[in-house]
Design a binder for this molecule. Sequence first.
Ligand SMILES: C[S@@+](CC[C@H](N)C(=O)[O-])C[C@H]1O[C@@H](n2cnc3c(N)ncnc32)[C@H](O)[C@@H]1O
Ligand SMILES: [Zn+2]
Length: 330
Amino acid sequence: MHRWLMPMLRCPTHRRGLDLCDERVENDVIVAGTLQCPDGCRFPIRDAIPDFVPGDQYVESFSTQRRLLKRSFDGYVGGHSGDDLAHRSRIPPEEFARGVTLDAGCGYGRYCRFVLNAGGTVVGVDLSMTSLRLVRELLGDHPRLALVHGNLYELPFADGAFDRVISIGVLHHTPSTREGFRRINRFVKPGGKCCIFVYERYSLMRKMVDVHRHWTTRIPEGLLIILLSLNQILFHWLRKIPGIGRVVYALFPCDIGKPRWRQRITMDFDAYSPTYAYSHSHDEVYDWFVEDGFTDVRLGRAPIWVVGTRATPAPASVERSTPQREPAAV
Ligand SMILES: C[S@@+](CC[C@H](N)C(=O)[O-])C[C@H]1O[C@@H](n2cnc3c(N)ncnc32)[C@H](O)[C@@H]1O
Ligand SMILES: [Zn+2]
């Protein structure tokens, strides 16, 4: 952890600043120590990551997923580089170079990497410690990167601490997408931006996946991985038979885009295993931004990416309009 993070940190319960005690510093990085709140709460720093939550809570499936993809990490990251962030979010790359970005639910850090490459500073927070360790493997101890083990429902930051908050593919995996959005957007400073991506409600594939999730989220992860592997093998052969392949795909959707088996099974595990996976409409998400005081709310270049600017000051009333999808850029 770097010292520049200290003024941004708050106790998630009492919202008070934290003191650093018993620190061990190596090469200007605080690798161990304790963060202490004046009201008595104490949070350890381990392996240079401040720890604000016990365990991985309900995101164990994401930790398993990261362990799965670790063996084909280079190939996987190649296909999920995160280089599309500026394009999809409509936030120009040069904006990421300014100020500090919060990546809420950073996963293995592809968007943290984008911000660093753009010349910016980024705080990556995730509930899965396994994911944070992968970020460390991917990006090392970068001086403009801080990692925090925390829950986006109770983040340990000062209100308005960030120039922008991004949360890509995360909020629908929490107990309430709407509430999750409310909890993270308070950290955007006036004039700053918030960008989220959530699952689209009207996708037929998502509907079918949701039908299966009633049982796929209840069986042991090992068994699910075996079934998903069998489904991939079965589909690999059946897709060659005209007509049949489509039916099988519609009944039990699986990834067909990734070049390697392991990558496809990892994608399927991502779809079928998370405890929560809600889907939403453009209008719904657009309204959340307006309700929470964002202006210039725009749809991104893929469903459902939405970006808005925190009003300065928040307007008394915001004109509501039906969002218009802009033509997809080539
Ligand atoms: C589908 S992954 C997306 C990761 C990353 N944003 C990306 O696009 O590569 C969702 C991530 O959200 C994290 N997550 C889920 N609920 C969370 C919560 N309440 N607080 C923080 N992270 C959470 C999971 O651990 C997982 O790493
Ligand atoms: Zn406290």
